[in-house]
Design a protein around this ligand. Sequence first.
Ligand code: AMP
Length: 308
Amino acid sequence: MTETAEMKNTLRESSSSTAERAFLFGRGDRTMKVIETIAEMRQVRKQLEGPVGFVATMGYFHEGHLSLVRKARADNPSVVVSIFVNPAQFGPHEDFNTYPRDLPRDLALLEKERVDVVFAPPVEEMYPPGFNSWVDIEGVTERLEGASRPGHFRGVATVVNKLFNIIQPDISYFGQKDAQQALVIRKMVRELNMGIEIVTLPTVREPDGLATSSRNAYLKPEDRKAAPILHRALSLAQELWGKGEKDAEKIRQQMRELILKEPLAKIDYVSIADPETLEEMEEVKTPALVSLAVKIGKTRLIDNVVVG
Ligand code: AMP
C-alpha cells in the first residue's frame, strides 16, 4: 500500500473532521472533468463512486458557493457542480443577459477545491426547441420571491429537477441565503419522492454583514456602501425580538424605517413569516424567518435570518 493510501485508511477508521475528510475524499491526481452534454454526464455518472454530492449554481463564484462545494467535498467521495445560468428562472425584464459570467475563473476555483465533475451545459442542451415540461410547486412559491418574481420558482424547480435527473446525486447542498428556494427544493424532493438528501448551509457574509452574492458585482461604489443596510435591518429584528418584542408588525415597521433612512434603498418586501408555510406572522413565534428584498440603486438584493 502507498503511504497516501495508508494514511487514508487510517483516517477512514479514526476520524471525520472536515479537513481530514476533505483529504480523505480528495480527487487525488485525477483531473476535473468539464462536461457540456447530458449524454456524457450520464456516462460519467455511472463511474462515480457514491455517495455523490452535488451543488447547483449559476456560476460567478464567491465564498457562498465555495462553502457549499467544500462541504460537498468533505462529505462525499464524488462531487459534481453544475454551472448553468437558467433562463427559465428569470422574468422577461430581469437580468438574464447581463448576469455576470466567468467560466474560466469558476473552473479554476473548482479545480482548487478538487471537484470531480463540472456540468456546464449550453442553454439549448437543457431547453431544446419545443421544450414544454414544467415543475410547479404550489403554495409556498406564491409568497415573497414568488410574489415579486412570477414564474421564478417554476424555473428553479424545473431546472433543479432536470439536474437531479441527469446527475442523480445522493446529497445536494443549498444556501440559506436563498431560504425560500431551499424550502421549495425540499418540498419538491419530499412530495415527488426523489430520494435525495437536501442540506442547507449558513449564509456567508462579507465582514460588514453583506451576504455574498454574484449580483453584488452590479453594485457601484456608493451602492456597495449602502448595501449592508439589509443585514443591519435583519440584526435590528433579532435585537428587538431578543428584547422581548413579539408584535411582528412593530418589528417590520422598525426595519422599514431603518431601511428608508438609506436614500439608495427601495424596499420590495420585509417579512416575518413561518419558515415552513411562509405565512406572515402577527405574533412572532419561533422559529421565524425574517427576510427582505431591497433594491440598492438598480440592484435587487435579498437576505434573511431565522430568529429563535
Ligand atoms: P446561485 O449561483 O446564486 O444560484 O447560487 C448557488 C447556490 O449557492 C444556492 O444554493 C445559493 O443559495 C447558494 N448561495 C448563494 N449565496 C450564498 C451565500 N452568501 N451563502 C451561502 N450560500 C449561498
